[in-house]
Design a protein around this ligand. Structure first.
Ligand SMILES: [Zn+2]
Length: 393
C-alpha cells in the first residue's frame, strides 16, 4: 500500500482509523529497552566507557553515547556497570527446579551444572535445564550415581563408560561434557582410571571433560597430562596435597603444558577444600591466573563464602586483577568454553540481549576462602539487575 492508498483506506472506514495510532505507536518506539548512562564494560569489545545500550527484538541493536531514539522502557544505569550477562560454568543449578531463577537474580544468564548427576538420574538435571529460562546445560558425572557422600567413584564400577555413553547419546542437546571428580574422598586411588574413562566417554562425542582437582592421590601432573584442548580444570586454587603449584612457588610443568595446549583453568569457589588464600596468593604471584570464575553454586550459596557470582568475581581484585579482567572471566572467556554460549558473553550488536547490571561498591569488604580464612578487599561487585533476551527480569 502506498501513501495515497493508505490515506484513502484510512478515510474509508473507522476500522482503518483504529489501526493508525497502533502503527504509529509501534514505529515511535524504536527500541524495546534502552539502558542509559551506565559504565559499559565489555571485554569482548575491549570497551570500558559510559555508553547507552539499545535493545530491540531481543538483540543488542546499538551501544553508543547518548542514544536518543524512543524506547518502550528505559533503565537509568548511571553509577552502575553494564556488562554482558554472566556465565557460570560450574554450578549445581540443576539440582533444584528453582535454581535457574535464583541464579538469574545474580546476573547469571547462562549456567552449566557440573556433574550433579550421572547416567542413572541424568534425566532429573536435563529436565531442569530444559525448563530453564536462560540457557542451562549439563556435565554428566562419570560416576553413574552422581555425587555421593561416600565418594562418586570410590567403587570403580560406578565409572561406567557404557552407561555414560548411553546417557549422553540420549541427551545430546543438553549434555555438553563429562565431569570427573578426582579428590581422594571422591575417587580414592581410582582417580587416574576414572579420568581415563571420563575421557573415553567425552572423546567419543567430541566433548570436553571437566576435572575437579585438589587433594588427589595421583600427582596433578599425571592427571592433567590426560587432558586435551578444551578440557577444564576446576578448583584450580585447591591447596596441597597436589596443588597446581609446588612448595617453592613454581607452577607444575605439566600444568603449564596443559594451558599451552588449550586446557582451561577455572576457580570453582565452592565451600570446602577448593580455595585457600595462601595458595591463591602463590598461584597469582606465579602469574597463573584463571580463565574463568565459577561459583560451584547450590541453593545454600547465599549463606556460604560463595554468596553469588559477582561476589566470587570480586575476590581477586586485591591480587592485582582489574575490574575488566574479572568481568572477562565471567563473560567472554566462559563463552568460549561451551558452544551453547558461543554468541553470548558480549554486547556486540546483533548478540542476544543478555545483560547484567552490577554495582561496583567501594568500601571494606570481607571475603571468605574454604578454610574460614578471610581477606579484606576495597571493592566488591553486587548484582543490580538482569536483562535476559531483552527483557527485564
Ligand atoms: Zn561442583
Amino acid at each position: 500500500m502506498n501513501r495515497r492508498q493508505f490515506l484513502s483506506a484510512a478515510a474509508a472506514g473507522a476500522a482503518a482509523f483504529v489501526s493508525v495510532p497502533t502503527a504509529f505507536a509501534r514505529q515511535a518506539s524504536k527500541y524495546d529497552l534502552l539502558i542509559k548512562g551506565g559504565r559499559v564494560i565489555d571485554p569482548s569489545l575491549r570497551l570500558d566507557a559510559v555508553r547507552d545500550v539499545a535493545i530491540a527484538g531481543g538483540r543488542i541493536t546499538a551501544v553508543e553515547t547518548n542514544i536518543t531514539g524512543a524506547a518502550a522502557e528505559t533503565i537509568d544505569a548511571r553509577g552502575k556497570l553494564v556488562v554482558p550477562g554472566l556465565l557460570d560454568i560450574h554450578t549445581h543449578t540443576g539440582r533444584s527446579a528453582d535454581g535457574p531463577g535464583l541464579v538469574l537474580r545474580d546476573g547469571v544468564t547462562g549456567w552449566i551444572d557440573a556433574g550433579s548427576q550421572g547416567a542413572d538420574h541424568i534425566g532429573d538435571i536435563v529436565a531442569v535445564a530444559r525448563s530453564s529460562v536462560q540457557p542451562g546445560r549439563v556435565l554428566i558425572n562419570i560416576g553413574r550415581a552422581g555425587i555421593l557422600p561416600d565418594g562418586d567413584t570410590m567403587d570403580l564400577a560406578r565409572a561406567d563408560v557404557a552407561a555414560a555413553k548411553d546417557a549422553v547419546g540420549k541427551n545430546r542437546e543438553y549434555v555438553v561434557g563429562v565431569k570427573a571428580r578426582l579428590s581422594r574422598e571422591v575417587a580414592g586411588a581410582n582417580d587416574y582410571e576414572v579420568l581415563r574413562r571420563a575421557q573415553e566417554v567425552a572423546s567419543s562425542f567430541n566433548l570436553p571433560v571437566m576435572i575437579h582437582m585438589g587433594q588427589t592421590i595421583s600427582p596433578i601432573g599425571k592427571l592433567v597430562a590426560l587432558l586435551k584442548r578444551g578440557d577444564i580444570v576446576t578448583h584450580m586454587f585447591a591447596p596441597p596435597p597436589n596443588a597446581i603449584v609446588d612448595d617453592s612457588g613454581h607452577i607444575v610443568p605439566e600444568v603449564l603444558a596443559a594451558r599451552r595446549r588449550g586446557v582451561w583453568f577455572d576457580v570453582g569457589n565452592g565451600q570446602t577444600g577448593h580455595m585457600r588464600w595462601d595458595t591463591i596468593g602463590t598461584i597469582m604471584k606465579a602469574g597463573f591466573w584463571p580463565d574463568t570464575f565459577s561459583t560451584d553454586w547450590n541453593t545454600n550459596s547465599k549463606t556460604t563464602g560463595v554468596i553469588d557470582l559477582p561476589n566470587c568475581m570480586s575476590k581477586l581484585l586485591g591480587y592485582g586483577m582489574t575490574v575488566s579482567e574479572a568481568i572477562a572471566c565471567a563473560t567472554v572467556n566462559a563463552a568460549r568454553m561451551f558452544p551453547v554460549f558461543g554468541d553470548r558473553g558480549t554486547l556486540n550488536v546483533g548478540a542476544p540481549a543478555d545483560v547484567a547490571l552490577l554495582e561496583l561498591r567501594e568500601g571494606t569488604f570481607e571475603f571468605l576462602d574454604n578454610y574460614k580464612g578471610t581477606i579484606t578487599g576495597k571493592q566488591r561487585f553486587f548484582p543490580a539487575g538482569t536483562i535476559l533476551a531483552g527483557k527485564k527480569m
